[in-house]
Design a protein around this ligand. Structure first.
Ligand code: ADP
Ligand code: MG
Length: 566
C-alpha cells in the first residue's frame, strides 16, 4: 500500500499480518462472539476488528487505521462491554459523542459523557457515579478539552485507576493530535498526560486518516509504547468522486442532482459559512427536500435536535459546516456535496487567485463522464490500488484545510501590509501582484534587476514571510480595496495579467495607523495558501498529476508548477 510508508524511529509493531491476532483461542473469544451477535446485532467481524480487539484486550497500546464506516467503534465498545471497569473515550465533538451514546443506550450499554457545556450538577452526578464502588457506566466519553482543563476529571480517573477500574483509554479521531492532519486540535496534544498518569492502562488510538507523519505524531504525542499498528486498505470501489464547475445556478444544479440521483436519500452538503448553510438549506427546502442546517452558531439544544431529526430520518439532507459529520454514524448517507471552497476567492478577478478554483465537489454514486473522471481516466479509477483513493482523500483534505476555521490564532500583519502598499507605489503602479511579491521577498531575477527594483528600500523587506503568507496579505489588500487591480494584456506572453494600483484614500488609514490588519491564522498555514501546503506535503507525482487533472478544467485561473511550489 503506497499510502503509508513505514515509521522511522518510532516504536511500533506491525499487527495487520500477524496471525496471532486472528486467533479464536483467546480466553475471551466466546464472550466476544456472543456479545457481538447479541448486543450489537452483528453476524461476524469486519476486517481487522477481531485482531484489534484481541490486541487491545491483551493489554497492548494499539493504533488503528481503518476507513470511515469500517467499524472502529466496535473495537472498543465490545471490549468495554466484556471487561470489568470503565473505558474512557476521548472524542473531539459533542455531536459525535451524543450520536455514540444514543447508539449505546439503544443497545442497553450504560454510557455517559462529560462536556463543558453540561450543567454542573449533571456533571457532578456522573463523577459521583464514577467514584462509587459499583459504577454502572461501561463507557465514559469526554472531549479533549475536559482532559486538558479539568483536574476534577483527572482526580476521578486516578481514583478509578487506583481501584483497578480504568479498563482502557480510547482516543477516537486520533489524527486530531497532529498538526499535519486536516483537523488539528490543540487539546489533543495534551492527551499525552494520560499515558504518563496511567502507564499500565492500554491505549487504543483510532483514525480513518493518517499519513506516515500523522501517525508518527500520534504515537509520539500520546506516548504509546510498543504500539501495535493495524491498517486496512482504503479501496472503496462503490465510491465515486466528481468535480463539477460551480455556476450561478449552483443551487438549482444541486437540487436537480439530488432529485435525479438521490431523491429522498440521505446526504450532507458542506458549506463554508454559517450563512451559506442556512441559505442552501432554505433553498432546498423550497425545492421540496427535507433539509436542515447545522453549524457552530447554534446552541447545543438546537444541534442535538437536528441530529435527532437526522437519525430518525425526519430530515435527510443536512447543510453543515465542518462542525458536523466527523464520525457521525449513519449507515445510509448516499452523497456528500462540498458547496464551496474558501470565501476569499469568491468573486475575485481570476488573476488575483493563484490557487484552486474548484468550487464545487460532488462525491456520489453514478457520476457520468465528469471533469474528474475524464481527468484521471475511468480505468485508472477502476484499477486503482489505493492511489486514486489516496489522491481523492488528499484532495478532500485540502478542501478541509481551506475550510478549517477551528484552530485559529490572530496575527497582526499591518506592517507587511503597509510595506506592500508602499512597494506598489515605489515601483510606479504598473506591475502585477506576482512581481510585487517577488520584489518584496527579495528576488534577484533578471526581471527584477532590469527594472532596478533590487535597489529599492523595500526590496526583500518581506524575506521572512512564506510566499503564501505574503501573497495572502496582498490578496487581502485587493479584496479590501487598499489596492485596486487593472487588467491588462501582458506584452510578453499575450495573456491577460493584472496591474496593481494604490487606492490612496484607503491606504491613508493604513499609513496613519488608524486601521490595522489582523488575520486569523491557522498555525503557520494561511487559508489562502492551502494549495501550496497541499502540494508541498504531497510532493509525489501521482498527487500532483491528479491536482493538475482537476485544474485543467479551470485553466484560466490556476497554475501548478511541476515542482509543486506554486
Ligand atoms: P467508523 O468509526 O470506523 O467510521 P463505525 O464504528 O461508526 O465506523 O461503524 C460504522 C457502521 O458499521 C455502524 O453502523 C456499525 O453498526 C456497523 N458495523 C460495525 N461493525 C460491524 C460488523 N462487524 N458487522 C456489521 N456491521 C458493523
Ligand atoms: Mg468513528
Amino acid at each position: 500500500e503506497p499510502y503509508i510508508p513505514s515509521f522511522v524511529g518510532v516504536n511500533y509493531i506491525e499487527g495487520s499480518n500477524d496471525p496471532k491476532w486472528s486467533s479464536t483461542n483467546f480466553p475471551w473469544t466466546k464472550k466476544l462472539e456472543a456479545n457481538n451477535k447479541k448486543v450489537f446485532g452483528n453476524h461476524s467481524f469486519r476486517p481487522n476488528q477481531r485482531e484489534v480487539i484481541n490486541a487491545t484486550m491483551s493489554g497492548y497500546d494499539v493504533f488503528v487505521l481503518m476507513p470511515t464506516g469500517g467499524g472502529k467503534s466496535l473495537t472498543y465498545q465490545l471490549p468495554a462491554l466484556i471487561c470489568p471497569g470503565v473505558t474512557l473515550v476521548i472524542s473531539p465533538l459533542v455531536s459525535l459523542i451524543q450520536d455514540q451514546i444514543m447508539h449505546l443506550l439503544q443497545a442497553n450499554i450504560p454510557a455517559a459523557y462529560l462536556s463543558a457545556n453540561m450543567e454542573w450538577t449533571e456533571q457532578q452526578e456522573i463523577l459521583r457515579e464514577l467514584c462509587s464502588d459499583y459504577c454502572k457506566y461501561k463507557l465514559l466519553y469526554v472531549t479533549p478539552e475536559k482532559v486538558a482543563k479539568s483536574d476534577v476529571l483527572l482526580r476521578n480517573l486516578e481514583s478509578l485507576n487506583g481501584r483497578g477500574l480504568l479498563a482502557r483509554i480510547v482516543i477516537d479521531e486520533a489524527h486530531c493530535v497532529s498538526q499535519w492532519g486536516h483537523d488539528f486540535r490543540p487539546d489533543y496534544k495534551e492527551l499525552g498526560i494520560l499515558k504518563k498518569k496511567f502507564e499500565k492502562t492500554p491505549v487504543l488510538a483510532l483514525t480513518a486518516t493518517a499519513t506516515a507523519s500523522v501517525k508518527e505524531d500520534v504515537v509520539q504525542a500520546l506516548g504509546l509504547v510498543d504500539c501495535i499498528v493495524f491498517r486496512q486498505s482504503f479501496n472503496r470501489p462503490n465510491l465515486w468522486y466528481s468535480v463539477i464547475p460551480k455556476t450561478k445556478k449552483c443551487l438549482e444544479d444541486i437540487d436537480k442532482f439530488i432529485k435525479e440521483n438521490h431523491f429522498d436519500e440521505c446526504g450532507i452538503i458542506y458549506c463554508l459559512s454559517r450563512m451559506d448553510c442556512e441559505k442552501v438549506a432554505e433553498k432546498l427546502q423550497e425545492c421540496g427536500h427535507k433539509t436542515a442546517f447545522y453549524h457552530g452558531n447554534m446552541d447545543a439544544a438546537q444541534r442535538s435536535c437536528v441530529q435527532r431529526q437526522w437519525s430518525k430520518d425526519e430530515v435527510n439532507i443536512i447543510c453543515a459546516t465542518v462542525a458536523f459529520g466527523m464520525g457521525i454514524n449513519k449507515p445510509d448517507v448516499r452523497f456528500v456535496i462540498h458547496h464551496s471552497l474558501p470565501k476569499s476567492i469568491e468573486g475575485l478577478p481570476s488573476g488575483v487567485c493563484d490557487y484552486i478554483r474548484v468550487k464545487h465537489m460532488i462525491i456520489q454514486g453514478q457520476a457520468e463522464q465528469s471533469p474528474w473522471t475524464a481527468g484521471c481516466g475511468r480505468n485508472n479509477m477502476k484499477n486503482s490500488d489505493g492511489i486514486l483513493e489516496k489522491n481523492t482523500e488528499n484532495l478532500l483534505r485540502m478542501v478541509s484545510y481551506s475550510e478549517n476555521d477551528v484552530d485559529c490564532r490572530q496575527k497582526d500583519v499591518t506592517e507587511s501590509a503597509k510595506q506592500l502598499v508602499e512597494l506598489v507605489k515605489l515601483t510606479g503602479q504598473h506591475f502585477s501582484s506576482s512581481h510585487i511579491l517577488e520584489v518584496y521577498r527579495g528576488s534577484l531575477s533578471q526581471f527584477v534587476k532590469r527594472h532596478r527594483h533590487e535597489s529599492l528600500s523595500l526590496h526583500g523587506a518581506g524575506k521572512h514571510l512564506a510566499k503564501g503568507e505574503a501573497s495572502r496579505i496582498l490578496r487581502h489588500l485587493v479584496i479590501e480595496d487598499f489596492l485596486a487591480e487593472d487588467v491588462k494584456k501582458s506584452d510578453i506572453y499575450g495573456s491577460v495579467s493584472s496591474v496593481l494600483k494604490v487606492n490612496e484614500s484607503k491606504a491613508y488609514n493604513l499609513r496613519s495607523g488608524e486601521q490595522r490588519i489582523v488575520f486569523k491564522h491557522t498555525l503557520s498555514l494561511g487559508k489562502a495558501n492551502a494549495k501550496e501546503i497541499f502540494l508541498q506535503r504531497n510532493s509525489d507525482e501521482a498527487v500532483r498529476n491528479l491536482v493538475e487533472s482537476v485544474l485543467c478544467w479551470f485553466p484560466s485561473s490556476v497554475k501548478v508548477s511541476k515542482q509543486g511550489k506554486t
